[in-house]
Design a protein around this ligand. Structure first.
Ligand SMILES: [Zn+2]
Length: 81
């Protein structure tokens, strides 16, 4: 039984190794191609989110009317009245 199962296990191990190696190669190729196609989109996303974050950080809620205005200027609602 052992004489039969050990070669069988070896073949199985070899197949698993081959599949794993192939999967690794495929995953790496997929990762590289994804990275290539994602890079420009990712950069623009980062720029967008950074811009949004800066806008949110700059906004201040007016204690009088509740309007949001940028910290660089005064409340647009209160100053226009
Ligand atoms: Zn105001």
């Amino acid at each position: 039984m052992f004489g039969f199962s050990i070669p069988k296990l070896l073949v199985l191990f070899l197949i698993i190794l081959l599949v794993w190696y192939g999967f690794k190669l495929f995953e790496r190729r997929d990762y590289l191609s994804k990275n290539k196609s994602k890079n420009p989109r990712r950069e623009s996303d980062q720029e967008k989110s950074k811009f949004k974050k800066d806008e949110v950080e700059d906004l201040i809620k007016c204690p009088e009317c509740g309007n949001y205005f940028s910290s660089g200027s005064s409340c647009t609602v209160c100053s226009s009245k």
